[in-house]
Design a protein around this ligand. Structure first.
Ligand code: IMP
Length: 424
C-alpha cells in the first residue's frame, strides 16, 4: 500500500499534530523522518493539551507502531524525559513493542546545544533564531562523518572510537569559544547507560519499514517543520538543518522514494513563523497582535511569540510544487472569524517587479506581499461540521486559495479538539 506522508507547508507550526493524530487512528505505523525535538506537535485530548516533540503522534493510539527514523536527530536526555512524561499521562510507551528508534539516527549531545548557542551569538543581529537544541551542529557532524549514532550507544567499543574523533575535534573548538571542555569519562558512562536502557527500541528501522511496506501495512510518515524550513528548498539560511520537505522521506526512513503515494500537507488559514528570516506577508502592529492572540500563536517548543501574517498563495503554491502535495488540510479557519476584510497575498513586489508565478527564494528578503482583499466572516464556526454550513465568505476564502494553489483543501479544522473538523 502506498505510503501516506503529512508535513507542514511553510515554516512549521501549522497544526500538524492534530491532523496526524486523526489519521494515526487508522494506520499501522507512524514514522518521523527528520528534525529532532525542535518540533512540537500539539494535540488536545478532552480539553487537555499534550505536546509531542520527538515521539511520533501515533503513540496515543493503541496498537500503532511508532518509529523515529534514521534522519531524525535524537537527544537521549530529552527522549527519556518525553517517554516518562507520556507515561505519566497514561500513554503506553513500550520500548521495542510500540516504540522504535533507528540505530542510524544521530545523537544530540550537550556540546551540540552549546555550539548551537555560540553560532547564534556569532551571527549577532543576523541570527537564525534557532530553538537552541543543538539541531544544526548535530546535522553538521552527520555530514562531516564525526557524529555518534544511536546504534553506537549499544556498542561500547564503537562508541569509544567515535568519541575519540568527536572530542579531538570539539574540545579545542569549545576551548576557543571559552566553553567548558567535555569530560570524556562521565559522558561515555552516561551514553552507555542510555544504551542499556534504550536497547530494546534501538534497531534497523529501515528494514522494519521496508518489510512493513512489502506486507502492505498502512504507513504514515510524519513530517516536522515545513517546506520553507527545508535546508535546500527553504528560505536559507533561515531554515532548519534537515530536508524537511518530502524529499527527506526516503533519506530519513530508508523507504524508496517510489513508496510515497499521497502527500497531505497542512496549511494554516493565515501564516506564522517563529525565529528570524523573511516573511513577505508579515503583519506588524495591531492586526498582527490580534491574530496572535486569537490564534494563541506562541511556539509549542520554545514558547516564543509567533510572527503572524496573511495567507501567502505565492509561497504555498511553491511549497505545493516542491513537496508534491496531493491534497491540503487547512487548520485554524475559526481564528479568522471577525477579521474583515481578509487580505490574501497573491503576488510579490520585488524591486518594482510583480511576481506571482514563482517564489523568488534567493531574493525573498527584498520581496513584499501584494494582497487582494476578500470579505471576512463574523460567525463563530467552531461548531460547524459540514462544509455547506460554513458562512459563504469563509467558503469563498477557501475556494479562492484552492484556485490559486491548484490543489483541493479536503480537511478543514475549526478548533483544537479532535472532533472539530470538516471533511469535504
Ligand atoms: P533549529 O531547527 O533549532 O536549528 O532552528 C532553525 C529555524 O527553524 C528557526 O527559525 C526555528 O524557529 C525553526 N524551527 C525549527 N523547528 C521548528 C518547528 O517545528 N516549528 C516551527 N519552526 C521551527
Amino acid at each position: 500500500m502506498a505510503v501516506r506522508c503529512v508535513t507542514g507547508i511553510l515554516w512549521g507550526d501549522e497544526g500538524k499534530g492534530k491532523i496526524i493524530d486523526r489519521l494515526a487512528a487508522d494506520t499501522d505505523c507512524v514514522v518521523r523522518y527528520g528534525g529532532g525535538h525542535n518540533a512540537g506537535h500539539t494535540i488536545f485530548l478532552g480539553g487537555e493539551k499534550l505536546v509531542l516533540h520527538l515521539i511520533p503522534s501515533g503513540i496515543l493510539h493503541p496498537g500503532v507502531l511508532n518509529i523515529v527514523g534514521n534522519g531524525v536527530v535524537v537527544d537521549p536526555w530529552h527522549l527519556e524525559e518525553e517517554i516518562e512524561g507520556l507515561r505519566g499521562r497514561g500513554a503506553e510507551v513500550e520500548l521495542g513493542v510500540n516504540f522504535f528508534v533507528s540505530e542510524g539516527a544521530h545523537v544530540i549531545l550537550p556540546l551540540h546545544r552549546a555550539l548551537d548557542q555560540v553560532a547564534e551569538q556569532i551571527r549577532g543581529s543576523d541570527k537564525i533564531g534557532t530553538t537552541g537544541r543543538g539541531i544544526g551542529p548535530t546535522y553538521a557532524d552527520r555530514a562531516s562523518r564525526t557524529g555518534l549514532r544511536m546504534g553506537d550507544l549499544v556498542r561500547p567499543a564503537r562508541l569509544s572510537r567515535a568519541l575519540d574523533y568527536l572530542l579531538a575535534e570539539k574540545n579545542p573548538l569549545l576551548r576557543a569559544f571559552d566553553l567548558p571542555e567535555v569530560e570524556r569519562g562521565p559522558l561515555e558512562t552516561q551514553l552507555i547507560e542510555f544504551g542499556q536502557r534504550l536497547r530494546p527500541a534501538i534497531t534497523d528501522t529501515g528494514h522494519m519499514l521496508r518489510s512493513a511496506y512489502a506486507c502492505d501495512q498502512r504507513i504514515l510518515i510524519e513530517g516536522a517543520q515545513g517546506v520553507l524550513l527545508d535546508v535546500d528548498h527553504g528560505s536559507y539560511p533561515f531554515v532548519t538543518s534537515s530536508s524537511s520537505s518530502t524529499g527527506g522521506v526516503a533519506v530519513g526512513t530508508g523507504l524508496p522514494p517510489s513508496a510515497i503515494g499521497e502527500v497531505l500537507v497542512i496549511v494554516k488559514a493565515y501564516s506564522t513563523r517563529v525565529g528570524e528570516g523573511p516573511f513577505p506577508s508579515e503583519l506588524f502592529g495591531e492586526i498582527g497582535d490580534q491574530l496572535r492572540t486569537a490564534g494563541n500563536e506562541f511556539g509549542s517548543t520554545t514558547g516564543r511569540p509567533r510572527r503572524c501574517g496573511w495567507f501567502d498563495t505565492v509561497a504555498v503554491k511553491y511549497a505545493v510544487a516542491v513537496s508534491g502535495t496531493t491534497r491540503l488540510a487547512m487548520t485554524n479557519l475559526d481564528v479568522l472569524s471577525g477579521f474583515d476584510p481578509l487580505p490574501l497575498a497573491v503576488a510579490y513586489d520585488l524591486n518594482g517587479e510583480r511576481i506571482s508565478d514563482r517564489l523568488p527564494l534567493f531574493d525573498i528578503e527584498e520581496a513584499t506581499a501584494v494582497c487582494e482583499e476578500m470579505p471576512g466572516f463574523q460567525d463563530d464556526v467552531t461548531g460547524v461540521r459540514r462544509y455547506a454550513d460554513l458562512p459563504v465568505q469563509a467558503r469563498n476564502y477557501v475556494e479562492a486559495i484552492e484556485d490559486r494553489v491548484g490543489v483541493p483543501i479536503e480537511i478543514i479544522s475549526v478548533g483544537p479538539e479532535r472532533d472539530q473538523v470538516i471533511e469535504r
